[in-house]
Design a protein around this ligand. Structure first.
Ligand code: C5P
Length: 221
């Protein structure tokens, strides 16, 4: 079989990363979580005390930083200048700020370039917001994964409730706000590519979503 690239986009909390990771495992492909890269930059900037409004400083730092993705068995590690930032990037603080940094041109240029390089040899399952539209417009399979905002908040709540003090209502509000920012930004906003298959997972479990995507990939190759 020839290897293909699979682009999975969609709003926050639709289950993209869980599903994409399992799809990659089934196909023996490499999984690339692009959200983790935007989160890693966000965490780094917050720690350095550089607000997103200070675009000049953000640009300068982003240009010089070394970003590495290390695929491991279950998690994918993100290193910035050699430092493993993975344990910090899922916090509510990072989730609340990431859209402010991810709308910046230099940030997007730098990360899209890295992402394209990772997909050059095909055999990649990549999830994010702009993979089908901007990063890999030639991906053989494109999926746009959604679920109702209530269902997405509930899934996030189950993930976070043991480590963060947060209510379901707050998560629903946060997720809707992040979607609005990601959809409304100027550069490569969250949008379904015209040739992407719409997969609404509101009433699907993980395995059903994985199977739907894998069978689509198999019918392609
Ligand atoms: O997928 P995840 O929720 O981890 O993504 C975090 C944030 O990173 C998104 O809300 C979005 O602002 C940004 N992002 C992006 N483009 C991508 C992936 C993520 O702008 N391809």
């Amino acid at each position: 079989y020839d290897r293909i690239n699979v682009a999975i986009d969609g709003p926050a909390g639709a289950g993209k990363s869980t599903v994409a990771r399992l799809v990659a495992r089934k196909l023996s492909y490499i999984y690339v979580d692009t959200g983790a890269m935007y989160r890693a930059i966000t965490w780094y900037m917050l720690r350095e005390g550089i607000p997103p409004e200070d675009e000049l400083q953000v640009n300068r730092i982003v240009r010089d930083m070394i970003i590495e993705l290390i695929p491991e068995e279950d998690v994918q590690k993100v290193l910035i200048n050699g430092e493993d930032v993975t344990p910090h990037i899922r916090s509510l603080q990072v989730s609340g700020q990431v859209s402010q940094y991810s709308k910046l041109e230099e940030v997007r240029d730098r990360l899209s370039h890295l992402q394209r390089q990772m997909a050059l040899r095909k055999g990649v399952v990549m999830d994010g917001r702009d993979i089908g539209t901007t990063v890999l417009p030639d991906a053989e399979v494109k999926i746009f994964m959604t679920a109702s905002v209530e269902e997405r908040a509930l899934r996030r709540y189950k993930e976070l409730k043991d480590t963060e003090t947060v209510t379901l209502e707050q998560l629903e509000h946060d997720i809707a706000a992040r979607d609005r920012l990601d959809e409304g930004r100027e550069i490569s906003p969250l949008r379904r590519a015209e040739d992407a298959i719409l997969l609404d997972t509101t009433f699907m479990d993980i395995n059903q979503a994985v199977e739907a995507i894998v069978s689509h990939c198999r019918s392609y190759v």
